[in-house]
Design a protein around this ligand. Structure first.
Ligand code: GUN
Ligand code: FE
Length: 458
């Protein structure tokens, strides 16, 4: 926890730095001098800098050269941006891996709701959320868009835990006042909304500037919210004009069918959420698998973001593939989500690899029209794309000067435990990077920084 930046001193690195500039462009900077100021912001990013020049550069920027150590990264070590998980259920941390093969609504009733109901107990919430946030930080997830349970108190504990452990997060309390068991269901629409209002204000008090933690409006999905709740959340979104919104969207055939029955006046989920004021440039739409042409055009106009969750999409309810290539073609924002615990893995590297696999399936289904994702697109979705979806790309997602330093220090090669493909003498940095993305794991993530604070073992 006591990194130089966290203790009010700058932080500096010299070596290889890798980040995305666009969906298909990764920039690899060699012999780069990267300086993070005491506020955790990137002050200098200077590629091709000879070590001998560092003292002079530091002095030119107003620092006494001996104030802080420069970390020299060896061959096989590099910095990359932290991962952004655009869809994650914190209270499902202890149920990951359970319930494979059930369809969505059955899985919610039999596995998820009984489990989430346990978060009525504040001590359970404290214990579980401490493990959960530490676990995701260990995987290099520097930002997470979390769904809490339906409990305001437990969701505030989640926000507090993120602050204490130093994880950047959007934290939501689930609104769900129908089609859930009575022991895990909000009361009236008024009660559901009052608890959300109190939760939002509580998170604003914890982090008034939203430096690290922001509340996010979270109608769980349309099935679990009556019209009063959806309308009230739309009003809250208008009242606090910077509040993000997240929901499950066009995720499964049975879910969509039931939503149609409940809201027969609406042609689609897009029409429904738009009518209630819940679709705008701050909306994060999880899954978004079955989206027709008219809906797609509307999402593009409204600048909504998509949380692509390929592991969950191929674990619960069969093998479903979202039209990610089409989203990218249209310039719709897309990021990746673990959807932990619908998704069994807490690793964004695993999510990225599953995104590659399902994009191959998509190519097959579209008779070649949708090109599979390339390696650099996968990395983009896990970092800068996710930051765009969360409305944070002005702050994080790559190493542009002025952004906050949310980063991973990757160690590969001899002496590093794990199962990554060995680094060989002839390997270029491009090959080492590819080996890390495709075969590395958290053992290669030596350090995790959020706003310049070292947080991996918090
Ligand atoms: N739809 C409503 N709730 C959930 C949930 O917890 N997980 C997933 N994957 N879909 C949902
Ligand atoms: Fe989900």
């Amino acid at each position: 926890m006591d990194t130089p930046a966290a203790s009010g001193l700058p932080l500096a690195f010299h070596g290889t730095v890798i980040h995305s500039l666009t969906p298909t462009t990764v920039e690899i900077l060699h012999d780069c001098f990267l300086l993070v100021n005491a506020e955790g912001k990137i002050q200098l990013l200077l590629p091709e800098t000879d070590r001998s020049r560092i003292s002079a550069i530091v002095a030119e920027n107003g620092y006494a050269p001996d104030v802080f150590p420069v970390k020299y990264l060896a061959r096989g070590q590099f910095l990359c941006p932290g991962f952004v998980d655009t869809h994650n259920h914190a209270p499902q941390w202890a149920q990951r891996g359970v319930g494979r093969g059930r369809n969505l609504l059955d899985w919610l009733d039999t596995v998820t709701f009984p489990h989430e109901a346990k978060f009525a107990d504040r001590e359970y919430a404290q214990t579980m959320y401490a493990q959960c946030v530490a676990g995701f930080l260990q995987q290099g997830i520097t930002t997470a868009a979390y769904y809490g349970s339906r409990h305001g108190e437990a969701s505030s504990i989640l926000a507090q835990t993120c602050l204490e452990k130093g994880q950047r997060a959007l934290v939501g309390r689930c609104n769900m006042n129908r089609h859930a068991p009575e022991w895990y269901c909000d009361g009236s629409a008024e009660e559901s909304l009052a608890e959300t209002r109190e939760f939002v204000e509580g998170v604003h008090r914890l982090d008034p500037e939203g430096d690290l933690v922001t509340p996010v409006l979270t109608p769980r999905f349309a099935i679990s919210c009556d019209e009063g709740v959806l309308a009230g959340l739309g009003q809250l979104a208008a009242q606090y004009d910077n509040l993000p919104i997240q929901t499950h969207f066009n995720e499964a055939r049975d879910e969509m069918e039931f939503t149609k029955q409940l809201f027969p006046g609406f042609a689609s989920e897009t029409a429904l959420y738009e009518r209630f004021g819940l679709l705008n440039s701050r909306s994060i739409l999880a899954h978004s698998i079955f989206v027709d042409e008219a809906e797609m055009a509307r999402l593009e106009t409204l600048q909504c973001g998509i949380a692509h969750c390929p592991i969950a999409n191929t674990t619960i309810g069969g093998f479903m593939v979202a039209p990610v290539r089409e989203y990218l073609r249209r310039g719709i924002k897309v990021g990746l989500g673990t959807d932990s615990g619908g998704g069994y893995s807490s690793s964004m590297l695993e999510v990225m690899k599953q995104a590659f696999i399902v994009s191959n399936a998509r190519q097959l289904f579209t008779k070649g029209a949708d090109e599979p994702l390339c390696l650099y697109e996968g990395f983009f979705l896990a970092t800068l794309g996710g930051a765009q979806v969360c409305g944070l790309d002005g702050k994080i997602g790559n190493f542009a000067v002025g952004k906050e330093f949310d980063a991973l220090e990757i160690h590969t090669g001899e002496g590093v435990r794990g199962v990554m493909s060995p680094v060989e003498d002839e390997d270029s940095i491009e090959v080492i990077f590819e080996k890390f993305l495709m075969t590395g794991d958290d053992r290669n993530i030596a350090k995790v920084y959020v706003r310049g604070r070292s947080v991996k073992d918090c």
